[in-house]
Design a protein. Structure first.
Length: 314
């Protein structure tokens, strides 16, 4: 991803939390993030002691809306945490402009965006730090949990390495409270072998996504590909009758999933953060459905899924 440092940790969530803490962000600070993501994005902010603030999403890109993020900035805001959701890069140029205008750090959630680029530049290279997940379902997955924090800042990388190892500056000398979050040796060995396959897998995902787009364009609502750097961690469509469509696909022997049925601000775990409403995210959560997409899927299978979707739409 073009970063100077990669710090292996136990999970993608830990990578986010450690990045936030390594930047000196904690109690009393606010971090603006997206309401549409796995809840672990915001849980990482809570784990660092900061308050997650949810700004609504762009209705097309489905990532953090720069205008909404700018409107959410307060005197306590310390950072923006955009999510490159489903493999689609967030609008980093606009978000960086917001960050510069208000003197904010940027931490990128790249957990669904391995090898993605935004305007030709690797995601993860825009902010002070970025987080990746190697959970088995990710584009680059281990056989268990794993994650990494990337950065070009040598001092930030050194602190991240210390924080992941109990806050130790040297063995048995703990200079600050840290956690126990090291990337397991076996998972690292598996990931190193699979890393060689990632570029090919990514090309395949894009090829299969193009088949879906050709077959379903004009039939259902497809979030547009806003940047050719999209890596299609998931292929997501929108449908007002989402649940009925999912049942129809199931009867045809086709699996589907919802990513994500409940916006993070609506989760009881975040009630204490007093989240503002995010109506665009709420509507999207009622409509999104993920269709099968993985590198080993055959083009004929994609056509079969698309045919079933078309039959439902008709």
């Amino acid at each position: 991803m073009g970063a100077g440092h990669a710090v292996g940790v136990g999970t993608g969530t830990d990578a986010l939390t450690i990045a936030i803490r390594a930047l000196g962000i904690g109690p009393g600070d606010e971090v603006i993030t997206s309401p549409l993501s796995a809840a672990y994005t915001a849980l990482a902010i809570l784990a660092a002691g900061a308050r997650p603030v949810f700004a609504d999403i762009d209705p097309e890109r489905l990532t953090l809306d720069p205008a909404a993020a700018a409107a959410a900035v307060t005197s306590r805001t310390a950072a923006l945490l955009p999510v490159h959701l489903y493999g689609q890069p967030a609008h980093m140029t606009a978000l960086l402009a917001v960050a510069r205008r208000h003197g904010l750090a940027v931490v990128e959630d790249c957990c669904q965006a391995h090898l993605a680029t935004c305007e030709g530049r690797p995601v993860g290279s825009f902010g002070a730090a970025a987080a990746y997940s190697f959970y088995p379902t990710k584009n680059l997955g281990a056989l268990g949990d794993g994650g990494a924090l990337t950065t070009d800042d040598s001092a930030l990388a050194a602190r991240a390495r210390r924080l992941r190892n109990g806050g130790q500056a040297e063995r048995y000398h703990h200079v600050e409270p840290g956690v126990n979050s090291r990337l397991d040796e076996m998972q690292a060995a598996i990931l190193r072998e699979r890393l060689r396959l990632l570029a090919g897998w990514t090309s395949r995902r894009r090829e299969l996504a193009a088949i879906y787009r050709a077959a379903l364009g004009g039939v259902v609502t497809l979030p547009p590909e806003m940047d050719p750097g999209h890596v299609y961690h998931l292929f997501v469509m929108r449908c007002a009758s989402r649940d009925a469509l999912g049942q129809h696909l199931s009867r045809s022997g086709i699996g589907s999933l919802v990513h994500y049925p409940v916006p993070i601000p609506k989760q009881p775990a975040f009630a204490a953060a007093d989240p503002a409403p995010c109506p665009v995210a709420e509507q999207v959560c009622d409509e999104v459905l993920s269709l099968p997409l993985y590198p080993q899927l055959a083009p004929d299978d994609v056509e079969r899924v698309a045919a079933s979707v078309r039959a439902f739409a008709n």
